[in-house]
Design a protein around this ligand. Structure first.
Ligand code: NI
Length: 175
């Protein structure tokens, strides 16, 4: 296994749209293991999407169970071909991203969502998510469509914030 390189802005590949996964074999499982190792390298991120490491397939890993503040969550999820089917409510919240290391930003997201996704074996599942977990999922699905939170901030002048140095030993809520 290996820790993969994270693409960072202004790398144009971050704007690329990812393709659906069709094969659920050893190659996919090996890649997921590397993506997970990369997510956990350094201060662990709550989410990561395959295109962030230059693999343009619709694969997301999500884990809000270790978020800085406790939030309702489904624990550790590997989501293949995730598709949001229902959005409800709007809420403004702060986001960070491994691909945008120097900034955080305020982004409006749906407060509650429903989605369908396959697991690493190709089985389909439905989920309902709320609050922070719903936010992280929407952020990761954006990566699959070539969008960053920077594309969603209402105003780059008032809603974008330079990162301070990470607190020692703290968790980094990047995605
Ligand atoms: Ni991100």
């Amino acid at each position: 296994m290996a820790i993969l390189e994270i693409l960072k802005i202004p790398d144009a590949r971050l704007k690329q749209c990812s393709e659906p996964v069709e094969r659920f074999g050893d190659e996919l499982h090996a890649f997921i293991a590397e993506l997970e190792e990369t997510r956990l390298a350094g201060p662990a991120a709550v989410g990561i999407a395959a295109p962030q490491v230059g693999c343009f397939q619709r694969i997301v890993i999500l884990d809000c169970s270790q978020a800085r503040r406790p939030v309702p969550n489904h624990g550790h999820l590997i989501l293949i071909n995730p598709e949001i089917t229902h959005w409800d409510g709007f809420v403004l919240g702060r986001e960070g991203c491994l691909s945008v290391p120097d900034y955080t930003g305020n982004v409006i997201r749906a407060e509650q969502i429903k989605l369908v996704a396959q697991d690493s074996q190709g089985e389909t599942h439905e989920y309902e998510m709320t609050g922070y977990e719903a936010r992280v999922l929407q952020h990761e699905v954006d990566h699959l469509d070539g969008l960053l939170f920077l594309d969603r901030v209402v105003s780059r002048r008032t809603d974008l914030f330079q990162r301070k140095v990470y607190q020692k030993g703290g968790k980094k809520n990047s995605t």
